[in-house]
Design a protein around this ligand. Structure first.
Ligand SMILES: NC(=O)c1ccc[n+]([C@@H]2O[C@H](COP(=O)([O-])OP(=O)(O)OC[C@H]3O[C@@H](n4cnc5c(N)ncnc54)[C@H](O)[C@@H]3O)[C@@H](O)[C@H]2O)c1
Length: 352
């Protein structure tokens, strides 16, 4: 077979290359640099094409497409959410994504995004907490100690200096796995036997459980004044983590309201319940934390611009690291209109 032309090639980052990339850069530095890209894109929020993600719901989960564009580049992510998967040896969340050039429509990058989603979700949570969590926060509860949990912990340490963790999961072996994975990362870690125990004395509560129902991971009595809640696991219609009364006591910050009102904790509230958009806080149009006593809630669902930022960040690392493969993805006949001729000529090539 003849070699594909340069125009046929799209850089591809496999899971193997993504792991090598994260390890080569260092997970803390990766999260910090990715957080800067995410924040940069939130600051230019108004120029992005924005739409609630396109969700296809089924009995056991959801498959979603998350597109956006800044006018120069276009990105999308394919992502699923299937809480039952974990019990069958599969990931709850898997993803891959594409970055493309708006000028030609040609893809510039195809990459795994399962690991990248965990990194971008954690980086986004930490960026939000920079504006919302109490100053000098050190202790964080993490409720739900699955695939996302270590990434969350490391991002909060790298960006905010959080170094005390109180872990809780209904499955203690998940907390033990999380503590083991974080053992060399400089945390003081306590494994707790209830959610109530986990939130004792913390500045920040991260909920990152997976369950396809209106769950009550936090009840009203568990949340004292001054706490920041980073609610990550409630991200689908009928899939929430917080008791409604907590929402009524909190100042709520969201990514893109039209999507969060469908998917976030605020699906439990009236459609006009006041929320503040994160980009407005980052650009100084709205205030983040105002008082020490205030309860702040980041109602995270994950928005397309965060994936766009992650795709952009990964693409910017390719040249220096060489950690990608060349994928023969795009048909490129010698004469653009001779697509069929290319097929005919291929039939005449000797079999490889
Ligand atoms: N907001 C976002 O941007 C975003 C991004 C990625 C994932 N998520 C969501 O985060 C959640 C966690 O994802 P994951 O990949 O870590 O899933 P996972 O299946 O790997 O882990 C979930 C953990 O939650 C635990 N759990 C379930 N119910 C619990 C309860 N009532 N109390 C305590 N622990 C409980 C499970 O035992 C499991 O260990 C999912 O709901 C996923 O959809 C959100």
């Amino acid at each position: 077979m003849t070699q594909p032309s340069r125009l046929a090639i799209v850089p591809f980052v496999s899971v193997d290359r993504m792991m090598k990339l994260v390890l080569a850069i260092g997970v803390e530095r990766f999260l910090t640099e990715l957080a800067a890209y995410i924040e940069e894109d939130f600051r230019r929020w108004e120029l992005f094409d924005k739409t609630p993600r396109i969700a296809s719901h089924s009995h056991d989960g959801v498959i979603e497409l998350m597109p956006t564009s800044d006018g120069k580049m276009y990105g999308f992510k394919y992502v699923n959410g299937h809480p039952k998967n974990m019990r069958e040896g599969r990931q709850t969340v898997t993803a891959f994504g594409v970055l493309a050039d708006v000028g030609s429509g040609y893809p510039m990058l195809l990459t795994e995004m399962t690991i990248l989603t965990a990194l971008r979700t954690a980086a986004t949570s930490a960026v939000a907490a920079k504006y919302l969590a109490p100053k000098g926060s050190q202790a964080m509860a993490i409720i739900g100690n699955g695939a996302q949990s270590e990434f969350q912990a490391i991002a909060f340490k790298a960006l905010l200096g959080v170094d005390k963790l109180r872990l809780y999961d209904i499955d203690r072996s998940a907390s033990e796995k999380c503590a083991r994975n974080l053992a060399a990362k400089g945390f003081d870690i306590t494994i707790c036997s209830t959610g109530q125990d986990a939130v004792e004395g913390v500045d920040i509560i991260t909920t990152v459980t997976a369950d396809k129902q209106y769950a009550t991971i936090l009840t009203d009595n568990m949340v004292g004044s001054g706490v920041h809640i980073n609610a990550v696991g409630g991200d689908c219609p009928g899939k929430t983590e917080l008791h409604r009364d907590i929402l009524l006591r909190s100042d709520i910050f969201v990514e893109f309201p039209p999507q969060t009102r469908i998917e976030g904790e605020i699906q439990q509230l009236d459609a006009d319940h006041p929320v503040t958009e994160l980009w407005q806080v980052m650009t100084g149009k709205a205030q983040g934390r105002k008082t020490k006593e205030q309860i702040t809630l980041f109602d995270s669902v994950g928005f397309a611009t965060e994936d766009f930022s992650a795709l952009r960040y990964v693409r910017d690392q390719l040249q220096a690291t060489g950690l990608y493969e060349e994928l023969d993805l795009l048909a490129d006949p010698d004469e653009p209109r001779d697509l069929f001729g290319m097929l005919l000529r291929a039939a005449m090539q000797p079999a490889a």
